[in-house]
Design a protein around this ligand. Structure first.
Ligand SMILES: C[S@@+](CC[C@H](N)C(=O)[O-])C[C@H]1O[C@@H](n2cnc3c(N)ncnc32)[C@H](O)[C@@H]1O
Ligand code: SF4
Length: 422
């Protein structure tokens, strides 16, 4: 209720009450001239279908592997012919379980290197059940720089409860095989699991720090209506964990990480020292390859078709498999930039002034947030306090989960939706 009210209030304060964001069936997209862009690669295959998972994925089936690889190579060629040999400033490989197509990933990265100038780091998501010495050797050989391991919990009781297909022994073995091989290793944990206490969350966190994680990212468990858990629970909307329990856990996680010398890098994550941080979402402009991958190019957002079959067929027919597109005005692009700076929990003042010097609404909002103790200013940045991070993460969650939930629900049901209004 309170989140509904707060988010509707900010939306109608910043944007017209009656205006909507509309994704429309895309057709061919015009790409502006760009010198560089980030790349996102989506591998939608998993050997275990976790019941809570909202991401676009299907069960690993050998028959799709070769066609999916060919479709992605075709997509790379199509972007190359439209954009030329531009710079790729970073690559993020997510899923699904990217390592389920490990050899194919080598071929995909090689093709990207042949067609573009890859300048930045390569990040990948991994799953403990998939890690072995052969996979780690290949990741190193492909030049992967940063790795994230989806641990979720070190406690066998909770691993079983959320339907993961491994036990804590496998987690520890995966961590020791990955350790010190990459520039940075992030461990994902989930909290506010059914029945979990704050002490149990901190025990998990302690184990992650004992394992010398460079970064830890902690997500509260959300139930999505279209996940198998959501269907089982007959959900209509995204279900958030209890607010009070979540507040207590969020504060305990913050204090624990600060005391251990880990600094906040996002509303969810903490890292130690100067290691580079691991993040899937804070890239500004990017092109997504693969079924369901999103792209943000100047002036537009788009999504590829979520259907693996439709993706393969369209891409092999030498067409870009883009299903939905939404044009972005300059002011929405600026708010989008600010949204992700809030996610980072700090805003560089110089860039902020350049982008928002004439936007009195945003200045008023920040003034009110400072008065409420949600943010503070230093000479060169505005940063969120612990309570600011908590409230911003709630608002962001609400936006992202409800809006993304709406787009994803339709896109998972229809390969080529005509229109989605959010
Ligand atoms: C793209 S996902 C999956 C990475 C990898 N496939 C795995 O399962 O380990 C990235 C992270 O999102 C988090 N996540 C997934 N589903 C979630 C949910 N329903 N609620 C909260 N966090 C979730 C998990 O921590 C997961 O590691
Ligand atoms: S949580 Fe990860 S492994 Fe499980 S189904 Fe989702 S993407 Fe696959």
């Amino acid at each position: 209720m309170i989140m509904d009210f707060l988010t509707k209030l900010t939306r109608s304060y910043l944007i017209d009450r009656d205006s909507h964001f509309v994704f429309r069936s895309a057709g061919e997209i015009q790409f502006p001239k760009m010198d560089s862009i980030d790349l996102y690669i989506h591998i939608p295959f998993c050997r275990n279908m976790c019941p809570y998972c909202p991401y676009n994925k299907i069960r690993y089936t050998k028959k799709y592997v070769a066609p999916y690889l060919d479709a992605m190579l075709s997509e790379i060629e199509q972007y190359h012919s439209r954009l030329g040999t531009i710079e790729i400033s970073s690559i993020y490989i997510g899923g699904g379980t990217p390592t389920s197509l490990i050899d194919e990933l080598g071929i995909i990265l090689e093709r990207i290197n042949d067609r573009f100038e890859v300048a930045g780091d390569i990040c990948i998501e991994t799953n403990p059940a998939d890690i072995n010495s052969e996979i780690v050797r290949k990741l190193e050989q492909f030049g992967i720089d940063r790795v994230s391991l989806g641990v979720q919990s070190f406690d066998d009781k909770y691993l079983k409860l959320i339907g993961r297909n491994y036990h804590s022994g496998i987690v520890n073995s995966a961590i020791s095989q990955l350790r010190s091989k990459f520039k940075s290793t992030n461990l994902d944990l989930m909290f506010a699991l059914p029945g979990q206490t704050t002490n149990e969350v901190l025990t998990d966190l302690q184990k992650a720090l004992d394992a010398r994680a460079d970064q830890v990212t902690l997500y509260p468990l959300f139930s999505f209506p279209y996940s198998s858990a959501g269907k089982y629970l007959k959900l209509k909307k995204v279900k958030f964990p209890n607010l009070f329990r979540r507040r207590e856990m969020y504060r305990a996680i913050h204090d624990f990480c600060q005391n251990k010398g880990y600094q906040r890098v996002s509303v969810w994550g903490f890292k130690r020292g100067d290691v580079p941080s691991f993040s899937s979402v804070t890239r500004d402009l990017y092109i997504g390859l693969g079924a369901g991958a999103g792209s943000h190019i100047p002036g537009a957002f788009s999504f590829n078709t979520f259907s693996v079959k439709a993706y393969i067929k369209t891409s092999l027919n030498k067409k870009l498999p883009i299903a939905l597109r939404m044009g972005l005005t300059d002011s929405i692009s600026r708010y989008y930039w600010l949204y992700w700076r809030f996610y980072d929990t700090y805003i560089p003042k110089k860039q902020f002034q350049d982008l928002f010097k004439d936007d009195r609404k945003i200045h008023r909002l920040l003034w009110a947030a400072t008065k409420l103790g949600l943010c503070k200013e230093t000479e060169d940045q505005i940063f969120l306090t612990e309570s600011g991070s908590f409230w911003i993460h709630l608002i962001q969650n609400y936006y992202i989960l409800n809006y993304i939930n709406k787009v994803w629900t339709v896109a998972m049901e229809q390969p080529w939706p005509k229109e989605i209004k959010i």
